[in-house]
Design a protein around this ligand. Sequence first.
Ligand SMILES: [Fe+2]
Ligand SMILES: [Fe+2]
Length: 232
Amino acid sequence: MRQRIASAWSFRFHVEREAQARFSRLALWMEQSGAPEAVVELARRSAEDERRHAAHCAALARDYGAPVSEEAPVVLPEIAPHSLSFSQRTLYELVAACCVAETVSVGVLMRLRSVAGDERIRAVLHELLQDEVAHSRLGWAYLAHVAPSESVAFLGRFLPDMIEATAAEAGQPTALTPEDDDPALLPHGVLPHAERRALFASAMRDVVMPGLEQHGVPTGPAREWLERHGLG
Ligand SMILES: [Fe+2]
Ligand SMILES: [Fe+2]
């Protein structure tokens, strides 16, 4: 059980490190795309938040018995297709990272915070939650900034890929064994698999799809993907 908890925090550590690197790169990209300084600054601050999150996750992974290497270099793949223009790729990564992934995190962290088993876990989850809310807003703010002047409709056909990538990440690392549905994991900040799926589905249905539609991104292919995977 401790091992499963440790591996969940260790996995989260890697996700936070990658998020840190991604926000640093996005700040640069947005600057080059001529985004308002306020959103660029928000991306820089987000990178700093993710650095703090990674440190918390590393400490918890270590204390549950699975130390992580905090010095290891981060490999940061570009997730947007190269057929897109630079400004489209910037928007793609922001939407994938913020509007989709961070929104899912917010739902997960809200649930976990409400059942935290001790003050330390609760404090870490609270800090993560507050920041991830801001990171999610950054994506929506950038989408709102871009939508009136550029077409954002192209995102529609890529949404299934974005959702699939987030679903794969959200399913880790407790997706494999049935005992990971053990509710005893919850107080330690680890969401059982079935609940993870349910929270993912509701984040998509209640926040992500309506938000994207509101900004003019067609969600037909995404909704089909969700239906097909039992998440609609
Ligand atoms: Fe984070
Ligand atoms: Fe974040």
